[in-house]
Structure formats: structure tokens, C-alpha cells
Write a new protein. Sequence first.
Length: 201
Amino acid sequence: MTLHNGITKLLAITAAILITACNGCGEKKQETQPEQPTTLTTTARNNIVGVIGDGTTMNVLELITTDGDTLNMEIGNDRFFGGKMAGDTVQVTYISVENQLISSTVVNLMTLRHVWAMHDDSQGVTKYLELDPNGRAHLFVDKKETHAYESWKIDDGFITLTSPADTAGIAKVDTMEIEMLDSDTMTVTNGERSITLWRYN
């Protein structure tokens, strides 16, 4: 290889390197996009028990939980049973939409935990249903106890009464949906008919 050819080849390689480097100079560095704040959206229904706070309004429930936390949630569906007296204990079924808590059903347990009476026209007797604060329920006919339930609970406005298991280990469950509840009267439905009860004590 002659000296002239060697210099020519060297200049060609150098030019190629410079062109490649300049092409890289024109590229813009990709900017990192800032992270967007995450929002919590869930349609899962949750139950929580707490006390109605003084900040409760027509549309917003201020709930003081058993852990001492204060939650503010939108009252949805107009399903608020038993009154909004500050200091009363309630059970709330709620969902979270974009970090906003929305109640689907609120039941005032202070209003519900009593003895309720109803007249059974088919048998010509008065029946009494006691929902005690310890989660036990009792059924009386003409003030004589005829059935003791193992437990009762509230879930999204439904009262579930569970009987003790029989010899086969099967527990009978009765479910009633609250349609109306105030300090004197409660109306429930079992899916077939509505039943009106009045507060006995």
C-alpha cells in the first residue's frame, strides 16, 4: 500500500466516525414523564362499625371508627336507616371510588337493637323478635321463647338470623331486608311479603 493510499483510507475512516458522532448529536434525550398520582377505585363492598360524628350533614357522614379514625363519606342511595343522631353507633356498607368513600347502606344499631313485635294473623298470636347488642337473637310467641338464634348480623341492610346447627351440622339461615326503620317502627321483607314490626321496648 502506498503512502498516499494509506492517508486516503485513514481520512475516510475518520470522516465516517465524525459523521456517526454528529448524527448522535441531533438526537434528543427522552424526557422522563412525571408519575401520575394513583387513584383507588374499587366496587368491592366493605362493612365498618363506628359512631356518628357531629360533622354529619344531610349528604355527608362523619364516622368515628372503633380505632379512633375519622372518615368522611358521601351518603349514597338514601339508604340511611334509623336516624342520624350524633353519638349513635352505626354499621356502614360502603365502596371507594377515586379515593372518595361512598356509603351504600347505613343502619343505626342503637335503633335496631331492641325487641320488635308483630302480629301473626294466620296463627292469631303476637311474635316478638329480640336483637340484642351481643349478636344474639331470640323469638318469642306471646312472650314465651320459642327459638334462640345462634347469631344475627347486618350486611348492606339485610338482617341475617342464623339458627344453631342441627344434628346433621346444618344451620338454618333466615334473611330479611330492611325497607324502613325508625325509633318506633321497622318494615322488612323476606322476598315474598313485607312485614311491619313495632318497637316493644
